[in-house]
Design a protein around this ligand. Structure first.
Ligand code: UD1
Length: 429
């Protein structure tokens, strides 16, 4: 059993390097299944969701090897459909991209239901609607999603009922080698959708419009291998920006695409922080006190739902009453109880968080309830004078590459400790 121990109360200062985007790397790794040949992927973050994905692919016959830190070679020439390990697949959300890539390459797929953070119901009806439009017959039985087709995926027009990152990527992957043209309307516009389209195009696909809400995919017969560098992780970068302001520090965040951070930058400026943009870095400083604000999470380019918990931790330290309206997921508030343990005055009113800021947070034993919620309590702990212990840290390590080392390099007093299992009493709810 591992814990993170934070002795908080000091501002963060210095520079930090951002890793590659987990949510871009995941679809790209699974899209390699479409390729007969070697793909070299650079800027792959060292996080457990990616390690699990490599295990899943090895299990279906892929050759996966690390060439150097962050650089991986994948050869999916000999993969087979329908063989993925149920237990591994259910550990993460991104494994659902195997549905699109098996269907695209083999005309059939069989993959267990995905896992991922618990934000209430997370349906995959839009993915299924897309696969059916491409000519698949989809069944969901015994914990598996199965796609069958007479003669492989066929191009089609698809109008999604809502903006879904996962469904857009899954259908785009399946359509890349489908017979004919696919048009996805009401597509998600997130940078990771664009990155996956760029990767597939580098392999010979013909995809246009990614980044807008209409994506056109002309199916090609075959894709070839390539070398491709994943974009920087905008959520990791945003988390460090918020941590810098929450601790009233001053941090230069390197290896970012400032455009991807605009909604976070705008909110931090509204709260009284200063953000200077460079070509591939942002400098965040906190000249005075931090003010309240209102935030509504939205699909890109709106404020990302994956930055909501971190922003809540920051707003606990701001003067006045702030509001966060979570419009993407129905229940992403499990971490709120942990912030309350640290003295935060927050209440949940339907899908709106009401945060009465201004009172200093205090240390308490807390848990990471999910990936971003875990980082929110870590940010809260960095602001609280005294020692906070965070358990269930494997949830944080699903998506943050060496977060303790990076925070230490900014002057934080933070360490990971390994304890015998019996040293941690289970929390009884
Ligand atoms: C991805 C990200 C996650 C991020 C989210 C929104 C990965 C691995 N995960 O999750 O970190 O928080 O985008 O930016 O990249 N929905 C449906 N039916 C569907 C699909 C989605 O109703 O078939 C709903 C969801 O319940 C949610 C909304 O649509 O309310 C958006 O979800 P979606 O964009 O699909 O999120 P994920 O792909 O699961």
């Amino acid at each position: 059993m591992e814990k993170i121990v934070v002795s908080g109360g000091a501002p963060l200062f210095g520079q930090v390097e951002i890793s590659g985007s987990k949510n871009a790397a995941l679809p790209i790794i699974y899209a390699c299944v479409l390729v007969k040949g070697k793909c070299v992927l650079e800027n792959i973050p060292d996080v457990s969701d990616i390690r699990t994905s490599f295990e899943i692919l090895r299990g279906i016959g892929a050759e996966v090897r690390m060439l150097s830190r962050g650089v991986w070679e994948l050869d999916c020439t000999n993969v087979e459909a329908g063989r993925s390990d149920y237990e591994l697949v259910r550990k993460i959300r991104g494994s659902y991209y195997l549905l699109g890539s098996e269907f695209g390459r083999f005309g059939r797929a069989r993959v267990g239901f995905p896992g991922g953070c618990n934000f209430g119901v997370r349906p995959i009806d839009q993915h299924i609607k897309g696969f059916e439009a491409l000519g698949g017959t989809v069944s969901t039985e015994g914990g598996y999603v199965e796609i069958e087709s007479e003669s492989g995926a066929r191009g089609a027009n698809i109008f999604f009922d809502l903006s879904s990152v996962g469904a857009t990527l899954n259908v785009m992957i399946a359509a890349a080698t489908a017979d004919g043209v696919t048009v996805i309307d009401n597509a998600a516009r997130e940078p990771h959708v664009v990155d996956c389209a760029n990767f597939l195009n580098t392999c010979g696909a013909q995809i246009s419009g990614a980044g807008s809400d209409v994506i056109k995919i002309k199916g090609v017969k075959e894709l070839h291998g390539c070398t491709y560098a994943i974009i920087p992780d905008m959520i990791e970068a945003g988390s460090f920006m918020v941590a810098a302001v929450a601790t009233r520090g001053s941090v230069r965040i390197n290896n970012v695409i400032p455009k991807h951070l605009e909604s976070v930058t705008a909110k931090l400026i509204e709260c009284g922080a200063e953000v200077e943009e460079f070509d591939d870095a942002v400098m965040v400083t906190t000249p005075g006190s931090i003010r309240r604000t209102s935030v509504k999470t939205l699909p890109y380019p709106g404020f990302p739902t994956d930055m909501h918990p971190q922003m809540a931790a920051l707003l606990c330290t701001a003067e006045g009453v702030s509001y966060i309206n979570e419009s993407v997921f129905e229940n992403r508030f499990r971490y709120v109880e942990e912030l309350r343990r640290m003295g935060a005055r927050i209440k949940v009113d339907g899908r709106v968080l009401v945060i009465e800021g201004g009172a200093p947070l205090s240390p308490a034993p807390v848990i990471a309830t999910d990936l971003r919620g875990g980082v929110a309590v870590m940010i809260a702990a960095l602001t609280a004078k005294g020692v906070t212990e965070i358990s269930e840290i494997r949830l944080i390590e699903r998506g943050y590459d060496d977060i303790c080392g990076k925070l230490r390099s900014l002057g934080a007093d933070i360490k990971k400790v390994v304890l015998p299992d019996e040293a941690i009493l289970p929390r009884v709810n």
